[in-house]
Design a protein around this ligand. Structure first.
Ligand SMILES: [Zn+2]
Length: 172
C-alpha cells in the first residue's frame, strides 16, 4: 500500500458548492450537501509497452515535463471507455509510428510520482510490432531508440525504472 494523498478537491464539480465531509462506512468522505455527490478518490490507469529486440528495448525520450529529457517506455493514460490493451496499441502507434502485432499482459505497477495523476496503475504489456520506419511523436518526445537493457539511458518515472530493473533481472 502506497502512502499517497489523492487530490484535495474543495468544490463540487457539478454545482460548484464547497464540499463538506461526512462519514461513510467509517471513512471520511467529501460530500456535496447540495447535489448529494460524494467524492471517492479514483485511481487512474495508464498502459505501457515493453518492446524487445535482441538485448534491446524500445524507449522514447521525453520532450515535456514531468521528467523532461529522461527516457521512458512508450506509455500513456487510458482514455475514458478505453481498455488498457487498446491504449497500449494506440500509444505505441502514436509514439513509435509502428503497428502493433501482438499484445500480452505482463504486470500492474503502482505509480506514485505523476503530478497529473498521483497514484495511478500502469498496465504493462509485452508488445510485438511490425517492421517499419519509426517516427517520433514530435509533440511528446524528442527521440526514440532501441536501448541496451544492460546499459540504459537515464529514466525518470519511478515505475519505468522498476520495469527496467525487472528486465535486467530477467523477471519480465
Ligand atoms: Zn454539488
Amino acid at each position: 500500500m502506497l502512502k499517497i494523498d489523492p487530490p484535495n478537491y474543495q468544490y463540487c464539480p457539478f454545482c460548484g458548492k464547497g464540499l463538506g465531509v461526512r462519514v461513510e462506512e467509517g471513512r471520511k468522505r467529501k460530500f456535496c450537501s447540495s447535489c448529494s455527490w460524494t467524492y471517492y478518490p479514483y485511481v487512474a490507469g495508464s498502459a505501457g509497452a515493453i518492446i524487445l529486440r535482441g538485448g534491446k528495448v524500445l524507449m522514447v525520450k521525453r520532450k515535456r515535463e514531468p521528467y523532461k529529457g529522461t527516457w521512458m517506455f512508450p506509455a500513456g493514460f487510458v482514455d475514458y471507455g478505453e481498455h488498457p490493451k487498446e491504449t497500449v496499441v494506440r500509444e505505441v502507434k502514436e509514439e513509435t509510428g509502428l503497428e502493433v502485432k501482438t499484445v500480452q499482459f505482463v504486470d500492474v505497477i503502482q505509480a506514485d510520482d505523476d503530478p497529473r495523476q498521483i497514484g495511478h496503475f500502469i498496465f504493462l504489456y509485452r508488445v510485438e510490432v511490425e517492421d517499419g520506419e519509426m517516427k517520433t511523436d514530435e509533440e511528446e518526445n524528442e527521440d526514440i531508440s532501441w536501448v541496451e537493457i544492460k546499459n540504459p539511458p537515464p529514466i525518470g518515472w519511478h515505475g519505468h525504472k522498476l520495469v527496467m530493473k525487472k528486465l535486467q533481472e530477467k523477471k519480465y
